[in-house]
Design a protein around this ligand. Structure first.
Ligand SMILES: Cc1cc2nc3c(=O)[nH]c(=O)nc-3n(C[C@H](O)[C@H](O)[C@H](O)COP(=O)(O)O)c2cc1C
Length: 356
């Protein structure tokens, strides 16, 4: 496995869902950066399981213990290491999955690649739980970027086809503040309908997916290193490391391919002595380099693979078709909990690019 990210800063994520602990190390962070632990905890709480009636009932505190790298509230230049202890595990739910892989999950591919030595309990290293350490690193990077006037916010664009208010691609700071804290949408009525769709899928033993939009404001022009470390490539590498992410686009993305060049191009203008673009169809990136306009990208999250509805699978031992009813405690929709994870991924990618 290869769970390390970054060119300048090096993020490593370790652990398994039902192991003693999960955690991360973050190398090459300069000394003297302040750490607001309360703010970090607030950020981690947004991702933590068991927060409401539409999340998995697995309750975990997600409280990191810092082992190194931070002294008296400031980074000291040594690698930052933190762990979160796993407390609420129930591994018996996962025993049959090595023989009967869950459709849509990584049980089958892990079995092929690791020949039965993989830790299958709770999804092992493939679990969404591994996004908690990513949120520790991302929550720290987010704080350090905020101190430079760079802000990151994400909201749910749609769940089960129910859409939030559209936002224009030249989003500015105040709109990030309009995102609802409990359920990250701009329009609370749309949010309520999404919650109902999630509850209805759960009651039928099923799950739903959706889209998340992430916006970064305050970025200067000139960040990104083409060809292969441009901002799109850097963000894509970390965002696709998040389990259940199946699509990513920047700016107008796929819909831009239906537009004329004259419609899709962003006209340059000078406003208050600053070079801006009248629109932001490119999502704030040209040639892999930031334009100085908000960086905007959208992520597709698939429906949670573990559903309690009966599904067809196989017995790997007998090579015969079997049925499977997944046990365990699962999110009927990953999207709301993935929102802070997407913000964390963006923060790590941008902090790394700026440090480079
Ligand atoms: C925050 C978060 C929570 C998740 N919770 C679950 C879950 O409860 N049940 C499940 O089957 N998958 C869950 N997943 C997704 C699986 O880990 C993922 O679908 C699986 O590892 C296969 O990887 P892939 O979908 O990227 O191909 C979650 C993902 C994230 C980001």
């Amino acid at each position: 496995m290869s769970s390390t990210y970054g060119n300048r800063i090096k993020l490593s994520i370790f652990g398994q869902s039902h192991g003693p602990a999960i955690g991360m190390t973050l190398d090459n962070v300069p000394a003297g950066l302040p750490v607001d632990f309360e703010k970090l905890q607030e950020f981690l709480n947004r991702r933590a399981p068991g927060q409401n009636d539409i999340s998995t009932p697995r309750r975990e505190e997600d409280r990191p213990e810092f082992l190194s790298g931070i002294v008296n509230g400031y980074t000291c230049g040594a690698p930052i290491a933190a762990v979160i202890h796993n407390t609420n595990t129930r591994s018996s739910d996962y025993e049959e999955l090595k023989d009967r892989p869950r459709p849509g999950h990584a049980d089958y591919t892990a079995q092929i690649k690791y020949a039965g030595y993989q830790d299958a309990a709770g999804g092992g290293h493939f679990s969404g739980r591994l996004t908690a350490p990513m949120c520790i690193a991302g929550g720290l990077c987010k704080q350090w970027l905020e101190a430079k006037g760079i802000r990151i916010g994400a909201h749910i664009v749609s769940i089960a086809g129910i859409t939030d208010e559209p936002v224009c691609l030249d989003w500015v700071h105040p709109q990030l503040d309009l995102i609802n804290k409990d359920f990250p949408v701009l329009n609370p009525e749309a949010g309520q309908k999404m919650r109902e769709a999630i509850a209805s899928a759960r009651s039928e033993g099923d799950s739903v997916g959706g889209l998340i939009e992430c916006v970064v404001t305050g970025l200067p022009a000139g960040i990104g290193d083409p060809m292969f470390d441009g901002m799109e490539s850097r963000i894509a590498q970390i965002v696709y490391g998040i389990p259940a992410v199946k699509g990513l686009s920047f700016g107008t993305g796929f819909s831009g391919s239906y537009m004329l060049g004259s419609e899709n191009n962003d006209a340059f203008a000078v406003k208050d002595g600053r070079i801006v673009t009248e629109t932001n169809h490119c999502g704030g990136i040209l040639g892999g380099i930031t334009t100085g306009m908000p960086l905007v990208f959208e992520v597709a999250i698939k429906p949670t693979p573990s559903i309690s509805k009966q599904q067809q699978t196989i017995s790997l031992m007998n090579m015969q078709t079997r049925t499977l009813q997944v046990k365990g405690r699962h999110d009927p929709c990953i999207v709301p909990r993935a929102v802070p994870v997407i913000e964390a991924a963006a923060a790590i990618a941008i902090f790394d690019a700026i440090m480079a």
